[in-house]
Design a protein around this ligand. Structure first.
Ligand code: SOE
Length: 406
C-alpha cells in the first residue's frame, strides 16, 4: 500500500501491528540525518514485515545527542556506542560515523548479535574491511545481516539502469565513464575537518566520492574491476585548524594551519573482467559542481546515461534502432512499474536524494525478514576498498605516467 492508497486507508501506518525492528544509530551529522529520514519514512510508505523504530541515537556529547534525538525523532540516547550495542532493546546498529570507527563498532555490534548497516566507505583500509567482512560472515551463521550504505544504487533510475543492463539491452559493454564532482573544498580557508585527515577519513575524494562511483559502476556493469592506473593530487596542502581543534592536530609553524593528509582529486582508468574500459574522476574542487555524479555506459546495442542532478531521468540510446530515428531519449523514471515507484506518487511526480535512504531501509528490512543477505554486503564493500587501495598504490608508483618530451 503506497501513499496513493492512503486516503482509503485507516490512519494507521502500513507497518502498524508488525513486529518492531528497533534501530540504534551511532552518529547524527549529515548521514545520520539522512538515515533518520529513511527510518522515519520507510514504514509509512512501504508495507513491511517489520515496523522500524527509531529507538536510540548515540553520540559523545550528551546535550548535542539529546538535541539530535528531538530533531530527528529518536526515542532515547546514549553517549557511548558500547552501551548502545549492549542494550537488549536494540536489534540493528546503523553506523553513521567517520570511517576510523566503522570497523570497531561494526565488529563489536555483530559479535553482540545485532544486524548492521554501515555507511560508506566500509572502512579506512583493506585490513579493516576484511575484518568486518569476516565478522559479518560469522554473524551470518547466526542469522544476522550486514549491509554497506552505497545509497545511489537505490534510486529508481539507477535500479532501472541495472535492470536494463542485466536484460542485455546494451549488448556487450565497451565503455564506462563516471565522474563525481563537488566543489566544497575550493576555498583554501575551508578548515581542516576530519574528511581532510587520513587518520580519520582514510582518504579524501577517493574514499568519499570515488567509493560511490566504483560501487555504482560495478553494480550497473554486474562485474568487478580487475585493474586500475591512477593519478591523485592534493591541491591545497595546508588548511586552518578548525575551532577547538583536537589535541592531536599539530599546527604548522604555530600559524594555526594543519597538514592535509589525503587526496583532493583522484582520476583513474580501469578494466572490467569482460574487457570493458572505464574512466573515473572524483574531486571536491570542480568549481560550480555541487553533487554531480554522472555515469554513462556504452555497449554494442546501446547506451545509458544518468546524472544525479537530474535523478528522476535516465537517458537511453537503442543502437539497434534505424539510424534515421535513433538517438538518446529521456526515460522519466516515475512510472509505477519502475523500481520502488509503486509506493510513491502518480507518474511525473519525482523523488529526491533522500528517497535513496528510504529505499535502502526498505531493502534492508525485507532482507532481515526474509533471512537473505542484503546487497551491497560487507564483502562488496571490501571489494570496493581493494579497488581504492589499488588506486592509491598505482598513484604512488606513478609508473604509467609518461612525461611528454618537449
Ligand atoms: C560529501 O562529499 C558527501 O556527503 C558524501 O560523503 C556522501 O556520501 C555523498 O552522498 C554526498 O556528499
Amino acid at each position: 500500500m503506497g501513499l496513493k492508497g492512503q486516503s482509503e486507508q485507516a490512519e494507521s501506518e502500513p507497518a502498524a501491528g508488525k513486529p518492531p525492528l528497533r534501530v540504534g544509530m551511532v552518529g547524527y551529522a549529515f548521514m545520520g540525518a539522512a538515515h533518520s529520514q529513511g527510518w522515519r519514512t520507510v514504514g509509512r510508505v512501504f508495507d513491511l514485515p517489520h515496523r522500524p523504530v527509531l529507538a536510540v541515537v548515540a553520540g559523545r556529547d550528551g546535550a548535542a545527542v539529546r538535541g539530535a534525538a528531538a530533531r530527528l525523532g529518536w526515542a532515547d540516547t546514549e553517549t557511548d556506542w558500547r552501551a548502545l550495542i549492549a542494550r537488549d532493546d536494540v536489534d540493528l546498529i546503523d553506523i553513521c560515523t567517520p570511517g576510523d570507527s566503522h570497523a570497531e563498532i561494526a565488529v563489536a555490534a555483530l559479535e553482540a548479535g545485532k544486524h548492521v548497516l554501515c555507511e560508506k566507505p566500509l572502512a579506512n583500509s583493506v585490513e579493516e574491511a576484511r575484518a568486518m567482512t569476516e565478522a559479518a560472515e560469522r554473524a551470518r551463521a547466526r542469522g544476522q545481516v550486514a549491509m554497506v550504505g552505497f545509497n545511489y544504487r537505490r534510486l529508481p533510475a539507477t535500479a532501472l539502469a541495472r535492470r536494463m543492463v542485466a536484460e542485455g539491452r546494451l549488448g556487450t559493454l565497451r565503455h564506462v565513464r563516471v565522474s563525481y564532482l563537488q566543489d566544497w573544498l575550493v576555498d583554501p580557508e575551508f578548515p581542516l575537518t576530519w574528511r581532510l585527515r587520513k587518520d580519520a577519513a582514510g582518504s579524501g575524494a577517493l574514499g568519499d566520492l570515488g567509493a560511490h562511483i566504483v560501487d555504482l559502476a560495478q553494480y550497473l556493469v554486474g562485474e568487478a574491476i580487475t585493474g586500475v592506473s591512477a593519478v591523485t593530487e592534493t591541491f591545497v596542502r595546508q588548511r586552518p585548524l578548525p575551532a577547538g581543534a583536537a589535541a592531536g592536530l599539530s599546527g604548522v609553524g604555530g600559524r594555526g594551519l594543519g597538514e592535509v593528509t589525503v587526496d583532493d582529486a583522484a582520476l583513474f582508468t580501469a578494466r572490467f573482467g569482460s574487457g570493458a574500459l572505464a574512466s573515473f574522476e572524483a574531486t571536491r574542487f570542480a568549481s560550480g559542481r555541487k553533487n554531480a555524479l554522472r555515469i554513462e555506459l556504452n555497449g554494442s546495442h546501446g547506451s545509458l546515461a544518468f546524472d544525479l542532478e537530474r535523478l528522476n531521468e535516465l537517458s537511453y540510446h537503442d543502437h539497434t534502432e534505424p539510424g534515421v530515428s535513433a538517438g538518446f531519449r529521456r526515460i522519466l523514471v516515475t512510472e509505477p512499474d519502475h523500481p520502488y515507484l509503486a509506493a510513491w506518487w502518480p507518474p511525473g511526480h519525482g523523488l529526491g536524494y533522500e528517497h535513496s535512504f528510504v529505499h535502502q531501509a526498505r531493502d534492508l528490512v525485507l532482507a532481515i525478514a526474509a533471512g537473505t543477505a542484503p546487497e551491497p554486503s560487507f564483502a562488496d564493500g571490501l571489494q570496493v576498498q581493494c579497488v581504492l587501495a589499488a588506486v592509491e598504490e598505482s598513484a604512488a608508483k606513478n609508473s604509467l605516467y609518461t612525461p611528454v618530451p618537449v
